[in-house]
Design a protein around this ligand. Structure first.
Ligand code: HPA
Length: 271
């Protein structure tokens, strides 16, 4: 149904005159990009019809509209996750809303576990592609024809031209960026070591509990995506230590400066 999306879009439009060109989704602990925005409007998710307040530690749960450089942007600072119990339509709602606000590109970020053993915590990874193992396709159900086709193509969900820009910005900043495949699960458990070994043989480089719904929503709407993962920890079984959300938070905090410089640099180039 397009109506709930249109209602949310109408609410956002009533709060801002800015027509954003670029959208950004900030993942766990990665909210500091917001500090670089010349903010025009902040809308807590709880105010937007159909959207839910964020519940995860490290997620702020607000839509920030403003400019970086001269580029009008909209930032989703915090996201809704499938593991929180939301339906996929709820998880995709705000991405669809900013899609309908007219963004031409989306930069999506997340915290992820490193499956590729050449990675280390603190690495930043350009997402080259994804494997959806969330157990559900976000577009299951009646197609919303106003948004896109019944059978969207996923061949270029993460187009090379955007990844090239990310590589160039990374190089300029002196950051060594990884590039790899993001595998998404529903969570909220972390994975078992056996699952991680299996995912490695499947070609996954990083694992997380988000992003795929937003990217699928964008592919449906024909909006190109650039994805950046912050490798916050090595995935289960890679190291002889247990996984904890605190490590995720600690690592995002440690790399916040580089991560923000990368994302802001990319946004300036995408203008
Ligand atoms: N697994 C799943 N999701 C994650 C991880 C992980 O190791 N790290 C951060 N998000």
């Amino acid at each position: 149904m397009i109506q709930p999306i249109n209602d949310a879009v109408a609410y956002v439009r009533s709060k801002t005159k800015t027509a954003p060109h670029i959208g950004v989704v900030l993942g766990s602990g990665l909210g500091s990009v917001v500090d670089s925005v010349k903010t025009e409007t902040v809308i807590p998710y709880g105010e937007i019809p159909g959207a839910k307040a964020a519940t995860v530690i490290g997620h702020s749960g607000q839509m920030v509209i403003g400019t970086i450089g001269n580029v009008p942007i909209v930032i989703l600072s915090g996201r809704m996750h499938f593991y929180e119990g939301y339906e996929m339509t709820e998880v995709m709602l705000l991405s669809r809303v900013i899609g309908r606000l007219g963004i031409k590109k989306l930069v999506v970020t997340n915290a992820a576990g490193g499956i590729n053993t050449s990675y280390k915590p603190g690495d930043l990874m350009i997402i080259s592609d994804h494997i959806n193992m969330m157990g559900a396709n976000p577009l299951r159900g009646p197609n919303i024809d106003d948004l896109g086709l019944r059978f969207p193509d996923m061949t270029e969900a993460y187009p090379e031209d955007l990844r090239k820009i990310a590589r160039e910005v990374g190089k300029k900043l002196g950051l060594k960026l990884q590039e790899g495949v993001y595998l998404a699960l529903s969570g909220p458990t972390y994975e078992t070591p056996a699952e991680i070994r299996a995912f490695r043989t499947l070609g996954a480089d990083a694992v997380g509990m988000s992003t795929v719904p937003e990217v699928v929503a964008m592919a449906h709407m024909n909006i190109p995506v650039l994805g950046i993962s912050c490798i916050t920890n090595m995935a289960a079984g890679v190291l002889k230590q247990k996984l904890h959300h605190q490590e995720v938070m600690d690592t995002t905090q440690r790399v916040a400066k580089d991560f923000t410089a990368l994302v802001v640099g990319i946004l300036e180039r995408l203008a």
